[in-house]
Each structure stands twice: as C-alpha cells, then as structure tokens.
Design a protein around this ligand. Sequence first.
Ligand SMILES: Cc1cc2nc3c(=O)[nH]c(=O)nc-3n(C[C@H](O)[C@H](O)[C@H](O)COP(=O)(O)OP(=O)(O)OC[C@H]3O[C@@H](n4cnc5c(N)ncnc54)[C@H](O)[C@@H]3O)c2cc1C
Length: 515
Amino acid sequence: MHSQQVTAEPPSNDRAERDSTMGDVPGVRRSPASGADRAPFVFDVIIAGCGPTGAMLAAELRLHDVRVLVLEKETQPASFVRIVSLHIRSLELMAMRGLLDRLLQHGRQRPAGGFFAAIPKPAPKGLDSAYAYLLGIPQPVIERLLEERAIELGAQVRHGCAVAAFEQDGEGVTVELADGEQLRSRYLVGCDGARSTVRKLLGVGFPGEPSRTETLMGEMEVGVPQEEIAAKVSEIREPHQRFWLRPFGEGVYSVVVPAAGVSDRAEPPTLEDFKQQLRAIAGTDFGVHSPRWMSRFGDATRLAERYRVGRVLLAGDAAHIHPPIGGQGLNLGVQDAFNLGWKLAAQIRGWAPETLLDTYQAERHPVAEDVLDNTRAQMELLSPEPGPQAVRRLLTELMDVDEVNRLLIEKITATGIRYDFGAGPDLLGRRLRDIDVKQGHLYGLLHRGRGLLLDRTERLTVGGWSDRVDYLPDPTAALDVPCVLLRPDGHVAWIGDEQQDLDDHLSRWFGKPAG
Ligand SMILES: Cc1cc2nc3c(=O)[nH]c(=O)nc-3n(C[C@H](O)[C@H](O)[C@H](O)COP(=O)(O)OP(=O)(O)OC[C@H]3O[C@@H](n4cnc5c(N)ncnc54)[C@H](O)[C@@H]3O)c2cc1C
C-alpha cells in the first residue's frame, strides 16, 4: 500500500453544502446524524478506482487545490500489458496539461487511419490537429504516469482499499471500505470500471445489450517468418474479420481470434486456446509461444442512465461499456474526467454557476451514446455474414470520399465533438486545435486548467474573473475570429467582440465575478 499525505487546504466553499437541497434528489438518503455530529471533511472528493479515468480526474481536481483521495482496490498494477491506442483528442488533452512528452517516451506513434472497423484506409490529409497520429502505449504505463502525476500534484492514493458501501446526505458522502473503515467527503466519483460498485449501490440503471460475441486477444511471439504471416493473414481476413496477427516489434504480435468454442468463461484463456483457434481459422498456429498477456472480451454495450445522483457521480467504464473495436474506451473515460474535473472543482471552490455540474452529464452522455453506436456499427461490419460483408464493401468504397473518411476518423479520435452551447458559429462548442500564438503555443497556456480569453481586439477584459480565467492579448493572426473564450477543457465557450456579451458568458461558465 502506498500513500501520500495531502497538504492542509483552506476550507471549501461548496455550493450544494450551502443550498443543502440534496436530500430531495432520488437515491439520496439523509444520514441520521446532523452535520454538527459528523466527522469533519478531510477530503472534498473521494474517487473510487485508480484506473486511467480516476487518476486523470484526481490530477484535474488537484489543479484547483481540491482535496482528493483515490481508493484503489488492487494492490498491484495489472499483470497483463495491453497496448492501447491513445487517439488525437486524448493526445491533445495530455498536451494541454504538459503530459504528452512523458507519454511519448513510452509509446509508439502510428498513422491515425485504418481504425474504423479495421478498414485499411489511410487517414484523410490535413487532419485538424497538431497531434494527428495515434500513440500505441501499454495501458499500465498510462495508469502509472497518470497516477504519478496525480500524486505529484498532491492527491492521496491508497491501494488495497475497495469501496464497499456509501451513504450520502445533504452535506456529503460517507464512504465505507471493505474493512469497515469510514471516510467522509463532499463528493464521491465512481471511476471503478465496468462492474462499478458505486453504480450498483447507487441503483443507476445500466441498460444495453449483453455480450453476444466473445473474442480472444493477446500478445505473443511467433515461430514463422513475418512474410508468411502477412500472406496468410491477408488471405483469411476477408471472411473472418475478428482475426488478426499484427506485429508490435521485437517479434511480438498482437493476436485476435474469435473465442467461439473456448468454453470456460470464468478461466483466463490459455496459449493452447489461442493455438486451437488459430488452427481452426488459418490451418496453422504460426508457432505462437511466450505470451506476454492473454485475455478474453465480449461485446456487451451498456450506458448508465444517469451520470450523477446528488453528490455521487460516475465516469469512465463505470458509466459506459462497449467492445474495444476502434480503441475508444480509455480515451472516452479520460475525456469524461477532463470534462468533469474543473466543473466539480468549481462546485467545491464555491464559484460554480447553478447548473455547471449538470452540464457534465448533458455533454458527456450523448458523446458516450455516439461511441456505443459506432462500436455497434463496427461490430456488425466484422460479421462474416453476406449482408454485413456487403455493407462493409460499400463503406470501404465510400471511405474514398474524403468527407466520409473524415467523419469516421473524427468519431474515433473524438475531434468531431461539438457540445451544444446554443446557437452560434460552427466553432462554438468545439475544441480549439493547438495553434501557434505569439507567446508560444496555445496548449502550453492551458497547463493550469484555467479558462482563457484570446483577444485579438485587445479591448476586452476578464475583469472580476481573472482568478479563474487568463487573458491573452493579440494572440495570433491564425485565429480568424476577434475573440474566443476557452473553457479549461479547451472547448470554445464564446466567440465575439463585445464586453457585455463576454461578461454574460463568463458568468455562464465561471460564475459570479470576484469582489
Ligand atoms: C482487449 C481490450 C483492448 C482495449 N483497447 C483499448 C484501446 O486501444 N484504446 C482505448 O481507449 N481503450 C481500450 N480498451 C478499453 C480500456 O481498457 C477501458 O475503457 C479503460 O481501462 C477504462 O478505464 P477506467 O479507469 O474507466 O476503468 P478501469 O481501467 O476498469 O479502472 C477501474 C479501477 O477501479 C478499481 N476498482 C474496481 N472496483 C473498485 C472498488 N469497489 N473500490 C476501489 N477501486 C475499485 C479497479 O481495480 C481498477 O483499477 C480496451 C479494452 C479491452 C478489453
């Protein structure tokens, strides 16, 4: 078990604590003890689960001096070293917080295309990002780097501590660990993965489809030359789309085969299971040996009905699950955390506008719905049946149309997201790409997780919001609008050139001005 002490913080100024209307929310029980009788708050937020989502959220909250405790049930990192894909939007988030260089040291850059249903089309030219590639990186490395970052920023992380129960009331949440220890915080966030205890205890529905198709995936060495594998794979890929052997360097291959016939779901798959499946499909097991890791996954697709009940929120796999096709789950979770972090911090620091915290669900639930849908579509396109195969051929042709290819890649990489901030120019609600500004590059100015006004007119001011929003005069001619207000997550919250209009939008996103 490792842990780190949090430094003493000034008391929080939580809006909900002042309003104290939370007992009327469904799923919220009032504790028998009154506020005066309960233990004092040592933490503002307890996060259940230190996977990528929980660790990212902890780091985001610490940027705003929120007192955070992360409880992780496992004592050790996962033994299997699954290489996952970080897509463009996640790379952008990492760049916005100064984390990308650390990740790049451990990952391998690959072209961004060829991801939708594994249709081998290159990405369209001129993708609108300074980070237009994919980073393949072992998931445990991402988890370690994000956890290290959260701890550096002052989060406390306790391993070997499983959240077993909780009860919320008007002022906070009492969290009970598996060993009976009780802890109290103002908010609890369930980042505890697909089988989320927090979601289940909360009674939030998780509708969707159960798993219908099972797949084996692993990384292992092969005993035959690369050319032989390449020839066999291209011969077989057409009818059996859930089959591939993809080189990862140093003789290691990523192997994917259908799990049909591998019966015992409770047991992890064995090398013999992989060999049998390979022989059934390819007539050879390619001499696979020395597995790095082996796993089995299904295509269950589910989405939590709500992301928030009172003082308890859900993020990452705890809120949504879908098949790994397209490599989107971790990206989606990290992006949930990025959306939630500054809003929850604002709530705790006491400057959040009334409805800010609820925009988390309003913005992220539809994004997850869209990801679930695109994975459903991709799974259909992997079916060997004649109908789906015909659709696949048609889509393969359609992807030669630049707009189609672009739309699909913007889905997978999450660069096409436009939150609904009301009527306005197309850029409103979208993320702004990293652009060169006179002061360096834009994302370099977002490391502290604050808002930012880019003002080409040099007439406007962030006035009483300067404790939450930075000001950048005359940023760059590359910006083709007079002024842009960015939220801490890099999404465009306002475009215009009038002070009163700006003030209205500063109030909308950043609450009342100081003083
Ligand atoms: C084969 C495969 C390949 C994949 N490839 C990709 C890819 O290329 N790209 C991509 O983006 N995604 C990919 N994914 C999905 C990705 O792995 C998940 O979406 C991601 O791990 C979700 O992160 P999370 O932090 O939300 O949840 P998790 O990673 O599940 O973390 C949850 C954490 O909570 C802890 N926990 C659970 N219960 C409790 C409790 N009661 N108390 C305290 N702690 C608890 C767990 O121990 C765990 O550490 C893949 C998935 C699979 C199966």
